[in-house]
Design a protein around this ligand. Structure first.
Ligand code: GRF
Length: 219
């Protein structure tokens, strides 16, 4: 197998998507390995996933910096010292400046709990339920300057049930997220997809671009 891409994961909280990425990297054929986990929050429960897996982690607390650019410069320095080639945001709750986004252009992914471009921002599940949408899902996309915008790598569709509240819907979407993020990372890290004209295309032509919709046990 060819060399594994070195991944840096940015978290702020629970870290369940980090957990799913770590599990994926345990598979022998996975084209990426996690070299460093950075949390801006010293109390992020997700740091335990890295510790359990023996992965290096670092707290870079934004509150100890007087401005956003200095905080981001520290993150880039740590990522580059660890040889990181691709950054995965996984529940990372800080807005990023244009400088950081451009530095990692086409080398930074994010996961968002909606079918983008619908429902960017926070409280997606509440808004989906308020609107009465019957299908929602999650998206993995390359990071651009505007929050939750950028070329979409893969999406998973998830049904909204009439009995749902934000908690049950969020749990169902999260289950899909845990399948989708490793899938999308595999596509990017293996070079099966690339960005062309601000769209993600399959490296063998547009037909190879993925639409990922896991079937879920919703009973
Ligand atoms: C996920 O729903 C992700 O899509 C969103 O933030 C949440 C993070 O969850 N960006 P976790 O920290 O990975 O458990």
């Amino acid at each position: 197998m060819s060399r594994r891409q070195r991944i840096g994961v940015l978290i702020s909280g629970r870290g369940s998507n980090l957990g799913s990425l770590i599990s994926a990297t345990h598979s022998i054929n996975f084209p990426a390995e996690i070299s460093l986990v950075i949390s801006n929050n010293p109390n992020a429960p997700g740091l335990a996933f890295a510790a359990r897996a023996g992965i290096a982690s670092k707290v870079i607390n934004h509150r100890t910096f007087t401005n956003r650019p200095d905080f981001e410069t520290a993150m880039t320095a740590s990522l580059e010292n660890a040889g990181v080639e691709l950054v995965c945001n996984a529940g990372f709750m800080r807005l990023l400046t244009a400088k950081f986004v451009e530095h990692w252009r086409n080398r930074q992914l994010n996961i968002h709990p909606s079918l983008l471009p619908a429902y960017r921002g926070l409280h997606t599940h509440e808004r989906v339920l308020k609107d009465g949408a019957r299908v929602t899902g999650c998206s993995v996309h390359f990071v651009r300057q505007n929050m939750d915008e950028g070329p979409i790598v893969a999406q998973a569709a998830v049904p909204v049930l009439s009995s749902d509240d934000a908690e049950t819907l969020s749990a169902r979407v999260l289950k899909a997220e845990h399948q989708l993020y490793p899938h999308a990372l595999r596509l990017v890290a293996s070079g099966q997809v690339r960005v062309e004209g601000e769209k993600v295309v399959g490296s063998n032509g547009p037909a190879a671009a993925p639409l990922f919709s896991p079937s879920l046990d919703i009973s």
